[in-house]
Design a protein around this ligand. Sequence first.
Ligand code: AMP
Length: 177
Amino acid sequence: MPQAVTAAEIEAAIRNVPDFPKPGIQFKDITPVLADPRLFAGAIDLLTENFSPGSIDAVVGIDARGFIFAAAAATKLNAGFIPIRKKGKLPHSTHEQDYALEYGHATVAIHTDALRSGARVLLIDDLLATGGTAGAAAALLQKLGANIREIVFLIELKFLDGRKQLKNFPVRSLVVY
Ligand code: AMP
């Protein structure tokens, strides 16, 4: 049996890109993790480790890098995949939720019929920064009556204290900066 992937191996593969997309931002580039089949599969194993197949009804991913991990996690857990997208992208009727950015605001959306009330949901995104995005996503899921079992991130920027936006939920991240 091959060695299980550790969070330290994933951390070693994440590439820091200074000043992208603007000066002062340390962008965490996860593409080297995705390009390595062992690390990608290992990341999915770690993100889903608290659940067995059938114990989750849907894995919800956040636009856009969250989709990559959430879709793979959904097939592993024998669950559906549901996208939360930026405003204006989903074709059918939606609920929308606004959230604050450093400058201005943004809006995320989910289809109104994406989930049944009480559905057991795992919410995944690539990175927790200020928590605005994930907080808005959780608010949309609550509007649909979802039972949010866990919110998981590949990466957490702890100094931005994004967990304060997610106080009511179990939150976990694999790599913390
Ligand atoms: P926030 O709403 O502040 O928690 O930001 C989280 C979202 O922005 C995630 O979907 C990330 O993909 C993206 N993001 C924020 N900061 C970074 C960063 N330093 N590197 C890569 N992605 C980031």
